[in-house]
Design a protein around this ligand. Structure first.
Ligand code: XMP
Length: 332
């Protein structure tokens, strides 16, 4: 709408004034905030922006490709796609403790990003080095780091792209600092980002690393990605007649959890002995408390039969009926 259109012009002017002819680096995660920040800054300064997309191998199915198609392909932004899958999975080998897994993923993330940023700082992509680090910090993040976040951090150590330490000697550019989440989404739409990208459920920084219980193995990640994609597809396709909305839009977050336990099943004349997954879908306004979603049985039935038939290696699907508290939304 026009109010947002004006806002875009003002924000673009402000970024141009702040940055001048200097170069900017931004950590792109595929999430809403960093995507909108990237699109806005790119609108303002084009090729003076270089996005760094660290692919830790724990993203959703085809996500790396989707991020590249959107930003490098459609927006023609400069994006460095860092293929760090082997490095992350290598460091996670043999590690089963959830907190330790989170710490390793967070630490590696910072390390990989800083190495790329240091290269761009030294040389940039032009003659001069980068001078700015852009982040998709939004207003609630600003408020949270003022105090209330510490309590949450003791439950689970959080990791996200916005949390990079400012040890790079770069100036901080945070164009979304004054916006609430719904305003960030509107801005994203005004900048031409696809509705589905802007209205996505949140995805944790450690990604599938906290949705594969215990040790993260590449073969588990591959099974989980496929099962999760089926669940999300079916949630998007299932329309609730009472509201006319899809079950994807009626839930705040939904995903599949890989349970590294085997159970017996039967397929044709044979016995199977394969892995279990749990479907998780919640409704919440603030993610501090959450109710499990009362998904229609017909939807659960379809998702279950598709996962078991299409993803060889999974022979049992369960539904998580735990609310937060006492359960958390993620399983780790
Ligand atoms: P829990 O599991 O604590 O999750 O109920 C609450 C919300 O936070 C998300 N989450 C994270 N987001 N980095 C993030 O950016 C993280 O390390 C992280 N851990 C959990 C979770 O997906 C849910 O939306």
């Amino acid at each position: 709408d026009w109010i947002m259109g004006n806002y875009v012009d003002e924000a673009v002017a402000r970024i141009r004034e702040q940055v001048g002819d200097e170069e900017v680096i931004l950590g792109l995660s595929g999430g809403v905030d960093s995507s909108v920040a990237a699109a806005l800054i790119h609108r303002a300064i084009g090729d003076q922006l270089t996005c760094v997309f660290v692919d830790h191998g724990l993203l959703r199915l085809n996500e790396g490709q989707m991020v590249m198609d959107m930003f490098a392909g459609r927006l023609h932004a400069k994006v460095v796609h860092v293929q760090a899958q082997a490095q992350f999975l290598g460091h996670l080998q043999g590690v089963t403790d959830p907190e330790q897994k989170r710490k390793i993923i967070g630490r590696e993330f910072v390390e990989v990003f800083q190495a790329e940023a240091a290269k761009l700082k030294a040389a940039g992509t032009g003659a001069k080095g980068a001078k700015w680090l852009a982040q998709g910090t939004i207003y609630p993040d600003v408020v949270e780091s003022g105090g209330t976040a510490s309590k949450k951090a003791t439950i689970k150590s959080h990791h996200n792209v916005g949390g990079l330490p400012a040890t790079l000697g770069l100036k901080l550019l945070e164009p979304l600092r004054e916006l609430f989440k719904d305003e960030v989404r509107e801005l994203g739409v005004a900048l031409g980002l696809p509705h589905d990208m802007v209205y996505r459920h949140p995805f944790p920084g450690p990604g599938l690393g906290v949705r594969i219980l215990g040790e993260v193995k590449p073969e588990f990640a591959a099974l989980l990605q496929r099962a999760d994609a089926i669940f999300i597809d079916e949630l998007r396709a299932a329309i609730d007649p009472a509201t006319g909305k899809s079950w994807y839009d009626l839930t705040s977050q939904a995903f599949v959890v890989f349970v590294p336990v085997k159970s017996v099943g039967v397929m044709g004349d044979g016995r199977t002995y394969e892995h279990v997954v749990a479907l998780r879908a919640v409704q919440t306004s603030d993610f501090m408390t959450a109710d499990w979603a009362e998904l229609p049985y017909s939807l659960l039935k379809k998702v279950s039969s598709r996962i078991i038939n299409e993803v060889r290696g999974i022979n049992r699907v369960t539904y998580d009926v735990s609310s937060k508290p006492p359960a958390t939304i993620e399983w780790e």
